[in-house]
Ligand binder design. Structure first.
Ligand code: ADP
Length: 398
């Protein structure tokens, strides 16, 4: 089955066409600057990237251009759209309504719309992608895969905030968690790869990218995660602050003469590694600056590693133990120094790292030593493949 995976943002769209039998990517790319000037990147497997400047006033033109590229006579991956058997869409927020991926129907779309308030920048864009695909590929089954769904197994003690309970009852204020597709994929893969018993396993997944979150997974079910009502909570991230004292909001708003929107902009876009270092939100730049003696960059890296170690320690307590820790995403997969530093905080758990294994890249790898009491692994995430698998399972009624 050929599955078109679509991740629609407000001004961009990422796509992959995947053959679900071989799990090979047939073609992939992205549309950028939708609503501005428009640029299409298309890459058929085994060929070079093609970049085309093309007007895309709305997502409709963008998706049409993707479909044209996929079926282009010279470089297309398929001969016609008849060869697209299903479409899988990433949807950011499924609220409490969606505990798993779901077939897209009019009724399902209405339920997603009820969650729009919780992700006002993302959900409407995801829904536009769904509407356009319905129009351009009528009759092709579509599935929605939610960032929040995997975390819906959290118990109330993990998802409730210490706020008046009516805010939860009336406004749905609670921890939802994000990156669920990645946490689900990586925790499952960790259990399989490390030979753990899936019905008797405690795994911590550290998804460390531009946005970062950690989850605690017992017997395949999420019991806690660091992101909250929104993806702002938890770890310090590229430009997001992560956890802060909530009273800082009022204090800084007065000092800087900012309104709520102004403060939210600072917390989302000007804080985190970027804000701390004043250098960059990108880990590679930060480490280069820290190596060159930049103290703010050094502190930013130290803050991140320290926070990761504290959350991991908290989750070991929450689960009363841990069998495996898995690192994933841009920093988790590539940054051996972050992994080493984090694990050096965890010596009390009997964790020891094999430096040679820790230096390997691009594959599932165990980086702990044979006698380490907890297994530590790097598991590259693949959210598109996870979306493809869920889409196939739902479309074929498995
Ligand atoms: P996103 O959340 O946007 O999907 P990614 O998972 O791609 O982000 O992660 C981006 C982060 O990964 C950036 O901070 C980047 O610097 C970091 N990263 C990528 N490659 C390396 C590397 N070789 N060493 C250290 N950090 C890296």
């Amino acid at each position: 089955m050929n599955v078109l995976v679509i991740n629609c943002g407000s001004s961009s769209l990422k796509y992959q066409l995947i053959d679900s039998d071989s799990e090979q990517v047939l073609a992939k790319g992205l549309c950028e600057r939708i609503g501005l000037d428009g640029r299409l990147v298309y890459q058929k497997s085994g060929l070079d990237k093609e970049v085309t400047e093309a007007p895309m006033p709305t997502h409709k033109e963008a998706i049409q251009l993707v479909l044209d590229a996929l079926t282009n006579k010279e470089s297309g991956a398929i001969a016609s759209l008849d060869e697209v058997d299903a479409v899988g869409h990433r949807i950011v927020h499924g609220g409490e309504q969606f505990t798993a991926s779901a077939l897209i129907t009019e009724e399902m779309i209405k339920t997603v719309e009820e969650c729009n308030e919780l992700a006002p920048l993302h959900n409407p864009a995801n829904l536009i992608g769904i509407r356009v695909c319905t129009e351009l590929m009528p009759g092709v089954p579509q599935v929605g895969v939610f960032d929040t769904a995997f975390h819906q197994t959290m118990p109330a003690k993990a998802y409730l905030y210490g706020l008046p309970i009516d805010y939860y009852k009336n406004y749905k204020v609670r921890r939802y968690g994000f990156h669920g597709t990645s946490h689900s994929f990586v925790s499952k893969r960790a259990v399989e790869f490390l030979g753990l018993d899936k019905d008797n396993s405690k795994v911590i997944v550290c998804h460390l990218g531009n946005g970062s979150s950690i989850s605690a997974v017992v017997n395949g079910k999420c019991v806690d995660t660091t992101m909250g009502l929104t993806p702002l909570e938890g770890l310090v991230m590229g430009t997001r602050s992560g956890n802060i004292d909530p009273a800082i909001v009022e204090y800084v708003a007065k000092k800087e003469n900012l309104d709520i929107a102004g403060i939210m902009n600072v917390l989302n876009k000007k804080s985190g590694l970027q804000g701390l270092s004043g250098v960059s939100s990108d880990m590679r730049d930060l480490e280069a600056a820290a190596d060159g003696g930049n103290e703010n960059a050094r502190n930013a890296v130290d803050v991140l590693c320290y926070q990761i170690a504290k959350f991991v320690g908290g989750y070991v307590a929450a689960m009363n133990g841990v069998d495996a820790i898995a690192f994933t995403a841009g920093i988790g997969e590539n940054d051996l120094r972050v992994r080493k530093t984090v694990c050096s905080y965890l010596g009390y758990l009997g964790i020891a790292i094999d430096d040679e294994a820790n230096a390997r890249r691009g594959e599932d790898v165990v980086i702990s030593t044979a006698d380490s009491k907890v297994k530590v692994a790097v598991i590259p995430t693949n959210e598109e493949l996870a979306i493809c698998r869920d889409t196939v399972a739902i479309v074929s009624g498995k």
